[in-house]
Design a protein around this ligand. Structure first.
Ligand code: BTN
Length: 280
């Protein structure tokens, strides 16, 4: 594994993506400081947890050009070739009850959508709970993990993988994945993109922490949500069911209306939601 570089020393990295590049574009008070950059690492989430255990502050950002063991939701892997994409994990030390931490993921989803809009000029949507999609295809996934002790959050790490450059996707996701370069028709500067996501996250995090719920962000989130008003399949390990998606509530739970008019609140956890005919 390549050594991490911190605080702007001894830099290199994949084209347009390195510690110095990230620091040059970051225009935030705390989100993204310090940058801990790896040319190659196993997983930025794993590294972020190690850094957090070793005292990394709220706002530290672990980023990499390539991951050898990129991790996705529900035990899946995340394809992480070099030179093409953005893999990064933000370390947070929020003063929140642990049961409120799941709302940080929709905050990041909004920040990614805004960061992409600002840096690439492309409009994206959110597939609940936290996939970012363009034209029904996935461009970004988010994986949040938390450490709790005696009912207090020690830290939360929020990992983000954005498909940026043209690439061959693994066969199992080839039909449902896309990348920014394909969608916007030009190259994308990864450090500029990540810095824009950090800027948006800092802004949205402030709104979130004022009320410790999504009430200040829900309108925008639901505006970007795919499938609202449409039939969805809820893939819950406890049993699959269908209903009409009615958007999220202020806790980020998906409101699904059953045929009998009752409403079920779906909590992200291990659940996935699909359109009736496929991924979206
Ligand atoms: C998903 O399954 O949709 C979530 C994918 C999250 C991938 C990112 S890449 C950066 C960070 N490090 C990881 O190992 N996973 C997350």
């Amino acid at each position: 594994m390549a050594a991490a570089r911190q605080g702007g020393k001894n830099l290199s990295g994949g084209a347009g993506f390195g510690c110095e590049e990230l620091e040059r574009f970051l225009d935030t008070g705390w989100a993204g400081h310090p940058v801990i950059y790896h040319d190659v690492t196993d997983s930025t989430n794993l590294q972020a947890k190690l850094e957090a255990e070793n005292g990394a502050p709220h706002g530290a950002l672990v980023a990499a050009d390539m991951q050898t063991a990129g991790r996705g939701r529900r035990g899946r892997s995340w394809s992480s070739p070099p030179g093409a994409n953005a893999y990064f994990t933000l370390i947070l030390r929020p003063e929140l009850a642990p049961d409120k931490a799941s709302m940080l993921t929709p905050v990041m989803a909004l920040a990614v959508a805004e960061g992409i809009r600002q840096s690439c000029g492309v409009e994206t949507m959110i597939k609940w709970p936290n996939d970012i999609v363009i034209g029904g295809k996935k461009i970004c996934g988010i994986l949040a993990e938390m450490s709790v002790e005696r009912d207090l959050i020690r830290y939360v790490v929020i990992g983000v993988g954005i498909n940026v450059g043209l690439q061959e996707f693994p066969p199992e996701v080839a039909d449902v994945a896309t990348c920014l370069q394909r969608e916007c028709g030009h190259g994308v500067h990864r450090a500029e993109l990540v810095a824009a996501v950090m800027g948006a996250f800092e802004k949205y995090y402030k709104v979130f922490t004022e009320r410790e719920d999504l009430s200040g962000l829900i309108e925008r989130y639901n505006e970007l949500l795919v499938n609202t008003g449409s039939e969805v399949r809820v893939l819950d390990p406890a049993g699959e069911f269908q209903g009409i998606s009615r958007g999220v509530n202020t806790r980020g739970e998906l409101r699904v209306e059953r045929e009998d008019g009752s409403e079920i609140l779906v909590y992200a956890g291990e659940v996935s939601v699909r359109g009736i005919y496929g991924y979206v």
